[in-house]
Write a protein that binds this ligand. Structure first.
Ligand SMILES: Cc1ncc(COP(=O)(O)O)c(C=O)c1O
Length: 403
């Protein structure tokens, strides 16, 4: 009974507020419908995402298959997907069947491709929900074929070629025998052939053209054997922008849709806009005397009387449990002091004498004329912008606007 009431409550909240809030699990966490009532939150500009998609279409002269896996790179699977559909993408790509089913439950009607491995026993679930699956070996194709045999509709599959990444996919020498054997499998429909490029974001590395030629040859081999897919696709964001020969029938970008650079060495051209801002608030400001230890394990000691602020955001929200994080307070850059806590963090505020409890703290995004990019944070963490946005925790509510 309690569960039913909870569901009713959530659905009611959904109906009343779905224009501003993600229609997914964040909902459960937030009855605080406005970001003004939040202590840690993410703002996503869906207009920027739509313009970035438009920019990719224009630049590549190809339709876009938008990669929305990993909760749309932390931006929110459902809202981003609705915005991407509105912007004209032809397909959505996810990593897991679970993500694809959530998209269907949210009313997404366009084709969806699962890029990652799916348990063969789920083939019927995929057929029922018109979800296409990736096939990377004849064994898996056979298992999918058997599992799909119970129904009337074939399972749509995209054959993955390992053109050089050596992760998933048929090796070049396996392509021909795959192509010959696959014709027996009556319950599969060959909708696509694709590959993934490991180095397209490294413009100093010559391997991408080689990978593309391996892929193009595999496509020709399969076509010669009568496998004629609707869509051949290879280009992630960097390849879509920097390698015209990778564009084939459609491009398959992720990071560029969110307005983030594929790499420092392969930046987005002018006109792309980052869509995400990540904020918290100050919950305490104190003057701490010189020589005091700050936070867990006293990883920082004051060297004079210091103004120390506490922010409402910690490693369970997506900050890293490390020293030296940065943020914006009062339009200025501030440094983390002490170790990162689970739900909170400590900041040196000597330069922000006017800071007040409740003030916004920006971890990614703009405040005044200062900006902290996901790229900068990624570099600070010895990682990259993908890691920063994909690591944003589920408990942080996302708020959407269109500007
Ligand atoms: C198979 C596949 N295709 C496309 C993409 C999108 O790549 P990017 O975000 O670099 O555009 C990814 C991302 O990891 C991927 O795994």
């Amino acid at each position: 009974m309690r569960l039913v009431n909870m569901t009713v409550l959530i659905n009611k909240a959904r109906d009343e507020n779905c224009t501003r809030l993600a229609r997914d699990e964040w909902f459960v966490y937030t009855n605080l419908m406005s970001h003004e009532k939040q202590t840690t939150w993410i703002e996503v500009n869906l207009g920027a995402i739509q313009r970035n998609i438009g920019r990719l279409q224009e630049l590549s002269q190809r339709p876009v298959m938008a990669v929305v896996k990993a909760n749309a790179y932390g931006h929110g699977l459902i809202e981003v997907s609705h915005a991407a559909v509105e912007a004209g993408v032809i397909r959505l790509c996810v990593a897991r069947l679970e993500e694809a089913l959530r998209l269907r439950q949210a009313g997404i009607k366009i084709p969806i491709l699962v890029l990652g491995y799916v348990m063969p026993g789920c083939a019927q679930e995929a057929v029922k929900n018109k979800i296409s699956l990736m096939v990377n070996s004849f064994d898996i194709a056979q298992q999918f074929n058997e599992a799909a045999a119970g129904g009337n509709t074939p399972l749509a599959v995209h054959v993955k070629i390992d053109s050089g990444m050596h992760r998933l996919g048929l090796l070049p020498e396996e392509v021909e025998s795959f192509g010959r054997q696959i014709r027996q499998l009556q319950h599969l429909r060959f909708e696509g052939i694709f590959t993934h490029l490991p180095n397209a974001d490294d413009l100093t590395d010559g391997s991408t053209l080689k990978h593309l030629s391996v892929f193009a040859e595999a496509v020709e081999q399969l076509k010669a054997l009568g496998i004629l897919p609707e869509v051949v696709h290879a280009a992630n964001s960097a390849a879509a922008i920097y390698f015209p020969s990778a564009r084939f029938d459609a491009i398959r970008p992720g990071i560029a849709i969110y307005g983030l650079n594929p790499d420092f060495g392969a930046p987005l051209p002018k006109g792309f806009e980052p869509a995400l801002t990540w904020k918290g608030r100050l919950s305490s400001i104190k003057m701490i005397p010189s020589g005091e230890g700050i936070g867990y394990n006293y990883r920082y000691h004051t060297t004079r009387t210091e103004r120390i602020g506490v922010a409402t955001t910690g490693y369970a929200d997506g900050l890293r449990r490390r020293l030296g994080n940065i943020a914006l307070v009062g339009g200025k850059r501030v440094q983390q002091v002490g170790g990162m806590c689970m739900d909170q963090s400590l900041w040196q505020l000597d330069e922000i004498p006017n800071a007040r409890i409740g003030d916004e703290v920006v971890f990614v995004g703009q405040q005044g004329d200062q900006h902290i990019s996901a790229e900068e944070v990624g570099e600070l963490w010895s990682s990259n912008n993908y890691d920063v946005v994909c690591g944003l925790a589920a408990r942080v509510p996302r708020f959407y606007f269109n500007r």
